[in-house]
Design a binder for this molecule. Structure first.
Ligand code: C5P
Length: 226
């Protein structure tokens, strides 16, 4: 394998309601992170997995993942971007392709991991999986106590972005080294460096488990997911 996968898993998961850090919330009896790592290592190109865990849970996460796959666990940071940077710093020499995958996308198909890696291998410096936007999208602003519509965005040019996001290693390293403002995804950092980011088809199964509804949906999808 020529691929290292970084798994930021250090978020609190406030939007899921009170409880354990999001990556450690159970889905059908096992933490989201366990599901995610199992699917990642099912992709034949994957050589290395580095997980950024909540600081106080690092020993626990090491024990949790030891029976699943050989992974490196490092303490995460205050922002997602800090967690990714910490994981990136722990990648050994070798893998030339780096994927970044949110633990919250626990049902990611191994095929999606492979297709993102393949697109980087084919020569694209930065690759993201995307889905079309199905809802009509409005731009709003707050006016006193109500939100008021400012305009309707042309959804045909919009895409919802998933992970894993894939990068040539030197490109991701340079983007993180040059990062100033925190962003919610790694491709955003690369874009700021002027590097073209290419889209590949995403998967409905790679949904981000953010709110209680998503967790319920994922429980139902688990049995049939690829
Ligand atoms: O909060 P959000 O849903 O954007 O988090 C996306 C992913 O980033 C999650 O897997 C979460 O655990 C991770 N994260 C992290 N370190 C943080 C914040 C979020 O690893 N400080």
């Amino acid at each position: 394998g020529d691929v290292a996968v970084l798994v930021p898993a250090a978020g609190a998961g406030v939007r899921l309601g009170p409880g354990a850090p999001k990556a450690l919330r159970p889905l059908a009896g096992e933490p989201l992170l366990v599901h995610a790592v199992r699917r990642i290592v099912a992709a034949p190109s994957v050589h290395t997995v580095v997980v950024a865990a909540p600081v106080t849970d690092v020993p626990f996460v090491r024990e949790l993942l030891a029976p699943v796959a050989p992974v490196t666990v490092v303490p995460g940071g205050a922002q997602r971007q800090d967690s990714v940077a910490a994981a990136l710093a722990a990648v050994p020499d070798g893998p030339g392709i780096i994927l970044v995958h949110d633990a919250a996308r626990a049902l990611v198909p191994a095929d999606l991991v492979e297709s993102v890696a393949a697109a980087v291998r084919a020569g694209h410096d930065a690759v993201i999986p995307v889905l079309p936007v199905v809802d009509t999208v409005k731009e709003v602003s707050v006016d006193g106590t109500v939100e008021v519509v400012r305009g309707t965005v042309d959804r045909s040019v919009l895409r919802a972005v998933q992970t894993p996001q894939g990068f040539r290693r030197s490109v991701l390293a340079a983007a993180h080294a040059g990062a100033v403002d925190p962003l919610t995804d790694d491709a955003g950092l690369v874009e700021k460096q002027g590097v073209p980011v290419v889209c590949v088809p995403g998967s409905e199964y790679a949904l981000k488990i953010t709110r209680p509804f998503d967790l319920a949906l994922a429980e139902r999808l688990l049995a049939e997911s690829p």
